[in-house]
Design a protein around this ligand. Structure first.
Ligand SMILES: Cc1cc2nc3c(=O)[nH]c(=O)nc-3n(C[C@H](O)[C@H](O)[C@H](O)COP(=O)(O)OP(=O)(O)OC[C@H]3O[C@@H](n4cnc5c(N)ncnc54)[C@H](O)[C@@H]3O)c2cc1C
Ligand code: SF4
Length: 364
């Protein structure tokens, strides 16, 4: 029903906007024709985790945001009908094909005898291992935890992605903070902040206030997620910057100052400027800081000539091969290189790093 709404645009903007450049119109057509297994094969040619990305990608600013049918995408052409639900269909293809017995065809793979250690079983590591395995290189994946998925498993909340997609792991209740009956203030304007807002609502918080230091138009998170959060009862305070968490032995509130947007910074985003004398205290029982995530560079990097930038991110560019670090035998990708981003960009970088490794090994 949805798949056959695709116009099959000559120059599909959705493909360009998708970080892994999925062959979207092609697999939509295959689904329409009932050729599900072929659609699954094609989908896995570009994406190692399509059933995950179909669920958790911010499609409104990626593939679906670029769909010609999108009402605010391309003006008159779209006619206001709304984008094809690309993410839903991507998820459906893999899940349904798998249920019906589809498995990736590895029969043509010829073992090269090469072996690569992949550190981290998050989306980047899994994307890398996928491409290596399909090219006859044996990936051995190491992780500090005993389950795969990385932040997919331990970060993304259940309402966005059922954990069975990644693993069948029940985490002990005490691992979570219970927001029931609490006045929650969430600080930040990205997708992680929206997850915290919406999870708090689901835990029956008494109130959820989200404070962000820029205005709504300049927030980094997905517009759809903000809309969902508003609908569910989250109150937003725009142009507010936190300066202090207040309380005597326990959290009692958060001190905010009002901001105005100043000139754009080096990346083109307008810088918040504090309005003098604008302090206010918002009462809170729980404050969630949902910004400022940093990579965690390892002490052994230096001994192995793996260079990092000032933000602690691994530098994996300007070398001979894609995603190669200053140590030619070490490649890197995902949040460790980009900083906190998305599952799909991590998958992309892991896959590209694998191509870099294949080139380094002379197997491209
Ligand atoms: C709360 C939250 C919500 C999010 N929501 C979304 C969303 O809705 N959509 C979306 O696309 N993205 C979302 N993200 C971002 C997304 O989860 C990450 O961008 C993505 O998981 C990055 O993948 P990665 O493989 O680079 O890193 P990670 O997922 O962090 O995986 C790294 C892996 O390496 C392992 N590791 C690290 N160091 C070592 C070591 N020294 N030895 C062995 N193993 C090690 C870790 O255990 C982990 O398994 C969210 C993130 C958070 C925190
Ligand atoms: S991977 Fe993400 S951006 Fe690409 S088609 Fe799927 S849902 Fe859209």
């Amino acid at each position: 029903m949805q798949a056959d709404r695709c116009l099959g645009c000559g120059n599909p903007y959705c493909e360009w906007k998708c970080p892994v450049h999925n062959y979207i119109p092609n697999w939509l057509k295959l689904v329409t024709e009932g050729r599900l297994f072929e659609a699954a094969d094609l989908s896995h040619q570009t994406n190692s985790l399509p059933e995950v990305c179909g669920r958790v990608c911010p499609q409104d600013r990626l593939c679906e945001g670029a769909c010609t049918l999108n009402s605010d995408g391309f003006g008159e052409v779209g006619g206001g009908f709304g984008a094809v639900t690309i993410g839903q269909i991507e998820k459906y293809i893999s899940e349904e094909a798998f249920k019906q017995g589809w498995r990736p065809d590895m029969s043509h793979v010829v073992a090269t005898g090469k072996k690569v250690a992949v550190i981290g079983a998050g989306p980047a590591g899994l994307g890398c291992a996928d491409v290596l395995a399909r090219n006859g290189v044996k990936p051995v994946v190491f992780d500090r935890y005993d389950e795969i998925g990385g932040l997919l498993t331990f970060g993304i909340p259940e309402f966005k992605m059922e954990k069975w997609v990644c693993l069948d792991l029940m985490k002990p209740e005490e691992a979570y903070q219970d927001m029931k009956g609490q006045r929650v203030v969430v600080l930040g304007g990205g997708d992680t902040a929206m997850d915290c807002n919406r999870t708090s609502i689901r835990q029956d918080a008494a109130s959820v206030i989200c404070a962000y230091r820029r205005d709504e138009a300049n927030m980094p998170g997905s517009k759809r997620e903000v809309g969902n959060a508003k609908e569910e009862g989250v109150q937003f305070l725009w142009n507010r910057q936190p300066v202090e968490i207040v309380g005597d032995g326990k959290v009692e509130g958060v001190k905010l100052v009002t901001t105005e947007l100043g000139p754009p910074d080096a990346r083109g985003r307008r810088t918040p400027v504090v309005v003098p004398g604008s302090e206010e205290i918002i009462p809170a029982d729980r404050v969630i800081v949902a910004f400022g995530f940093r990579p965690n560079p390892q002490p052994w990097f230096e001994a192995h000539q793996i260079a990092i930038d000032q933000g602690g991110r691994v530098i994996a560019k300007d070398q001979q091969h894609a995603f190669q670090t200053a140590n030619p035998k070490v490649f890197a990708g995902g949040d460790m290189v980009r900083g906190s981003d998305l599952v799909v960009t991590a998958v992309y970088e892991g896959r590209e790093a694998a191509k870099g490794i294949l080139a380094y090994l002379g197997l491209d």
